[in-house]
Design a protein around this ligand. Structure first.
Ligand code: C2E
Ligand code: MG
Ligand code: MG
Length: 689
């Protein structure tokens, strides 16, 4: 900031010698020979100090300076005058209109020193004014105490934050704000630091006048006097309640899943690590359950993400109802949940929890009046026996979960060492399957179906095979579930369908029969938007009549979401394609639904056929299924017929068609053509009807 000194005297000689004196002192100099001229200059310039003569024509120095005081109160005003004017001047000093007067003739050094002092004083009052503006207006609370910590002053922000007015605290000590959050040691340390370093900074919980506790960020500084003795303490503090709340919220968000409010992967990982540490010390056992919803993807893909989200929230709710204090239930992402059971006594405890969870999924989930049966597959892994790091425990729970899925979903499995091998296999299969689909390693086998009434082969089921270059023939039960979970089932299914249609049309045209080919479709294919187009293209390309194609859909797939299935089947039906329910009897069929489904055929699951001869109950069941199916005008196919006894039972009970090893095993297209023309298979020379 520049320092401007205004010199006023009606005698130009004096002005000149004063100007000479101040020339090299670093001031901006202004001179005026009259009060009027001086006032004019003040209007145009920023002046900090005025040194004026007293006796001047028209207006005296004192008169002028009282005007200056009114207009520019911050300017430091001084008179340089003869001794004879002392009365007028001392009066002005007393009224505060001028700061100092100096005598003519002057002593150069003394005058210089006084002017320096005047500028310094100007600076101080400016700072003071600035400081008091800050003190009054800042959002920080300020408290000033004497050396004994008795409060001398507080600013308005102090009152806003603490609720105490100045008169309620002045004379008392800041201890009146104390909460019971800190032990005495906390304050001892604070004082020790303060004495050692002259200041202390930290977070402290205090109590407002209304009793509410709040956190503040506090800075205390000692003020020492010229002799180095403590004279005051100044405390400066912020109310950090809001800040803390935001921080907590951020922390919460970082550790929780936004959709379900459950802990997320991060928090689960930390809790798991803690639990393992504790278990290591206490010798306890920790279990991790990994839960994956079965076929969640279809709900999501078919009904949209809103439905999917709602379902996940409901699932989280049900899982929550199962857990006990101390357990961590987390959503790891997607439809995958984990449960950490940190103190387990015996594996029966784990099974009990698992059973409870599975039980929670027996009731349907209702979303916008639609009922969904959603099941869950659970994998369990235990510390320390299945792994001793969080990563291995989790990974092994994951392997166990896959095992549960492979075992038919809605199921659970405990980790076993062989699962690691299976996991590796799974990943290998996934990679190799890709090549298989593109590289022509897939082949379609055909298994004939025979009408019992007249022994005619009325059709066959197309069953995919994988000719693995190293492993030989791989069974579909090994790779179909993997293809389903990766989406590879779509191109795979398309291949089987096109191949089956092409062959069947050719055989029919060659006069080998009037065959209907049954092709299996999995849920993923059914809910794939392009299925109808894929089917009608396959029919067109091959020239196969639509009714010569039968779509086999498993019962559990159809029952999973009946309303959606009805829609989809109706559309299939419109193409003229025939529809069969596969593996009938294993799902949760309800007869009332069956009536509403546009179905042509029921395929009785082979597990019932296997025991029809030995097990009375299965025999009753198959009889009932046949009767009921006929009631609904459906054809009944029995699959897995291996013996003549089974065949006889089925014939007597009115079963329409049989399929099974008794007649023929699934075989390559070439063998099947031979079978059609001779009624024999190359492997089963005396088979036939
Ligand atoms: P599925 O549709 O129930 O097919 C019948 C299964 O039973 C076939 O097993 C067949 O070889 C077997 N089988 C036939 N007769 C007998 C018998 O007398 N005794 C016994 N024990 N088994 C018999 P495969 O070929 O291993 O197929 C297994 C499953 O894989 C099929 O069950 C089907 O669900 C699925 N699958 C096969 N091919 C395809 C396909 O192209 N697409 C889809 N999505 N699934 C397929
Ligand atoms: Mg089938
Ligand atoms: Mg079947």
């Amino acid at each position: 900031m520049s320092q401007t000194l205004l010199l006023v005297d009606d005698e130009e000689a004096i002005l000149r010698s004063l100007a000479r004196l101040f020339r090299n002192q670093g001031y901006e100099l202004l001179t005026a020979t009259s009060a009027a001229e001086a006032l004019h200059l003040l209007e145009l310039n920023d002046v900090q100090v005025i040194l004026s003569d007293q006796r001047m024509p028209v207006m005296t120095g004192v008169e002028m300076l009282s005007l200056v005081r009114e207009r520019y109160p911050e300017i430091i005003r001084m008179i340089l005058s003869g001794y004879s004017d002392i009365t007028a001047i001392s009066d002005a000093v007393n009224k505060g209109n001028i700061y100092k007067f100096l005598f003519k003739p002057w002593d150069n050094d003394l005058l210089l020193e006084n002017i320096r002092d005047a500028f310094e004083r100007y600076g101080l009052t400016q700072k003071g004014a600035q400081f008091s503006r800050i003190y009054e207006n800042t959002v920080e609370g300020i408290v000033i105490t004497d050396q004994n910590t008795a409060i001398q002053a507080v600013n308005p922000a102090f009152t806003t934050i603490t609720g105490y007015a100045p008169h309620e605290v002045i004379g008392k000590t800041p201890a009146l704000l104390k909460s019971d959050e800190h032990p005495p040691a906390f304050f001892q340390e604070m004082w020790a630091t303060l004495h050692e370093k002259g200041k202390w900074t930290g977070e402290i919980w205090n109590r407002r006048k209304n009793g509410e506790k709040y956190p503040e960020w506090l800075n205390i500084t000692e003020i020492r006097d010229a002799q180095g003795r403590i004279s005051q303490y100044v405390g400066l503090f912020n109310d950090v309640t809001e800040h803390k709340r935001n921080e907590e919220q951020l922390r919460y968000q970082a550790y929780h899943d936004a959709l379900t409010g459950l802990p997320n992967r991060l928090l689960f990982g930390e809790n798991l690590e803690l639990a393992l540490g504790q278990a290591e010390r206490s010798g306890q056992v920790v279990a991790v359950l990994l839960m994956d919803l079965d076929r969640f993807k279809f709900v999501n893909d078919t009904f949209g993400h809103d439905y999917g989200d709602k379902l996940l929230v409901m699932v989280a709710e049900r899982l929550r109802s199962v857990i006990r204090k101390g357990d961590t239930l987390a959503r790891m992402g997607g439809d995958e949940f984990t449960l950490l059971l940190p103190t387990i006594r015996e594996s029966d405890d784990i099974v009990r929890v698992i059973k409870k969870i599975l039980h929670e999924f027996t009731r349907p989930f209702t979303i916008e009046k639609n009922d969904f049966i959603v099941t869950v597959s659970i994998g369990a892994s235990i510390y320390p026996q299945d792994g001793n790091t969080p990563e291995t425990v989790l990974k092994n729970a994951d392997s166990a979960m896959y095992k549960a899925k492979e075992d038919g979903r809605n199921n659970y499995a405990f980790f076993t060492a062989t699962m690691n091998e299976q996991m590796k296999r799974r990943i290998i299969v996934e990679n190799e399957l890709h090549k298989a689909i593109e590289g022509g390693e897939l082949e379609v086998y055909y298994q004939p179906k025979q009408r019992l009434a007249d022994g005619v082969v009325v059709g066959m089921e197309a069953l995919v095979r994988w000719n693995h270059p190293v492993r030989g023939l791989v069974s579909p039960s090994e790779f179909i579930p993997i293809a389903e979970s990766t989406g590879q089932i779509v191109p795979l299914g398309k291949f089987v369908l096109e191949e089956a249609c092409r062959r069947t049309a050719a055989w029919n045209q060659a006069g080998l029969g009037n065959l209907q080919v049954a092709v299996n479709f999995s849920a993923y294919q059914l809910r794939d938007g392009d299925l109808l187009e894929i089917i009608s293209n396959a029919l067109k390309q091959s020239d196969l009549m639509p009714h010569q194609l039968e779509a086999e859909l498993t019962e559990s797939l159809v029952m999973q979401d009946v309303e959606a299935s009805i829609e989809e089947l109706v559309q299939l039906k419109r193409l003229g394609v025939s529809i069969a329910i596969d593996d009938f009897g294993t799902g949760y069929s309800s007869l009332s639904y069956l009536k509403r489904l546009p179905v042509d055929t029921l395929k009785v699951d082979q597990s019932f056929v296997r025991d029809v001869v030995s097990d009375q109950q299965d025999a009753e069941l198959v009889r009932a299924i046949i009767g009921m199916a006929h009631g609904f005008k459906l054809k009944v196919v029995a699959e897995g017929v291996e013996s003549v006894e089974q065949l006889e039972f089925l014939r007597q009970n009115g079963c329409d068609i049989i399929q099974g090893y008794w007649l023929a095993r699934p075989m390559p297209a070439g063998d099947f053509a031979a079978f059609l023309s001779t009624g024999r298979t190359p492997f089963n020379g005396d088979a036939g009807g």
